[in-house]
Design a protein around this ligand. Structure first.
Ligand code: FAD
Ligand code: EPU
Length: 265
């Protein structure tokens, strides 16, 4: 186990966030120790807006045994989803194609029920192991209240590993589906972001609504509403969390949109 003071801007895809004590856990014993005081769990930091003042609680990051994976067995929650998607295609295993392009760890993808219109994390799960109140317990996906970009994990629960529900399919078929998902992402920016900032209201696209309001290009400091996709807020380089939050508020003054990101603290 490693415990170090870090700046969370180095651990989030938006590239903002202040100091924290990072606990990198590698074994079940580490995890037990790390959770003896108030904590938060960090995945790949791709759906987080961490404020400039940082966080008081321990920030736990899964590594070691928690990042090991076998597509036909247990998959550690610290494993990177993009690697799994590629390896599944290579092995001719179908079920993860819809998750192509989501830069999450498995645990973060479960917590957010990450997905696209081609499929979501919950669809690909057979079982989920969660650590809470000092022990590991296995859940069926139906027990975890999955919905659009949400789950209901037990309070303080840390996803530690999952079993996937994949079926053997011809590689060409899997690759064809991946190409379709890839094509649907073409309009998304490559600059630093945390994916879509807002949830889509039922039957609507937040990105289109923001676009129609003429808000693309709106800027606070180095935080800007992407010119490519209205639902992406990008960090042009030196954005502060405060700039990003101010931009979020400015958009919400114009449109009743619910934030998809989690804000720390
Ligand atoms: P983090 O951002 O680190 O954390 C998110 C939440 O999950 C936090 O509450 C955290 O505490 C919790 N968490 C993390 N790990 C665990 C764990 N092991 N146990 C319990 N809780 C945990 N999202 C989509 O749904 N669809 C998309 O198409 C999509 N495209 C994206 C494209 C880009 C370029 C980027 C930057 C982001 C995109 N996202 C998308 C958003 C993001 O990737 C997802 O929300 C993803 O699920 C976040 O996972 P993470 O591991 O980065 O979690
Ligand atoms: N559109 C505009 N202007 C814009 C953006 C979009 O007119 O600036 C239009 C598009 O032309 C399209 C429609 O709005 O006709 C929908 O846009 P898009 O296909 O980009 O889908 P989205 O609803 O904006 C959703 C998810 C993405 C996911 C894509 C692909 C949400 C909030 N967003 O985007 O997920 O990658 O579909 O399936 O559900 C995320 O959640 O972080 C995320 C990136």
């Amino acid at each position: 186990m490693r415990v170090e003071r870090v700046l969370l801007k180095d651990y989030t895809t938006l590239g903002v966030g202040g100091p924290a004590e990072l606990w990198t856990v590698e074994t079940p014993e580490d995890l037990k120790k790390a959770t003896e005081a108030p904590y938060r769990v960090l995945g790949n930091g791709s759906n987080l807006l961490v404020m400039d003042e940082g966080v008081e609680e321990r920030v736990i990051r899964l590594s070691g045994v928690f990042a090991e994976w076998d597509l036909k067995g247990w998959v550690g929650a610290g494993a990177l989803l993009p690697l799994l998607v590629q390896e599944a295609a290579r092995q001719g295993l179908s079920g993860l194609e819809g998750l192509l392009g989501i830069p999450a760890q498995v645990g973060g993808a479960v917590k957010m029920n990450a997905g696209t219109r081609f499929g979501e994390m919950a669809d690909a799960l057979e079982a989920v192991e969660i650590f809470h109140e000092g022990r590991f317990q296995i859940y069926e996906p139906q027990e975890l209240g999955f919905g659009y970009r949400k789950s209901r994990l037990p309070p303080g629960g840390i996803v530690t590993r999952v079993r996937l529900r994949l079926k053997e399919r011809p590689q060409e078929e899997i690759r064809r589906r991946m190409a379709e998902v890839d094509a649907a992402r073409k309009g998304q920016p490559k600059k630093k972001s945390a994916g879509c900032a807002f949830k889509n209201p039922p039957g609507q696209s937040a990105g289109r609504l923001i676009d129609q309001r003429g808000l693309k290009g709106l800027r606070v400091g180095d935080a800007m509403v992407s010119l490519e996709h209205g639902n992406f807020i990008v960090n042009l380089g030196g954005a502060k969390a405060q700039d990003i939050l101010a931009l979020v508020r400015a958009i919400q003054e114009e449109l009743p949109l619910e934030l998809e990101w989690e804000v720390w603290p």
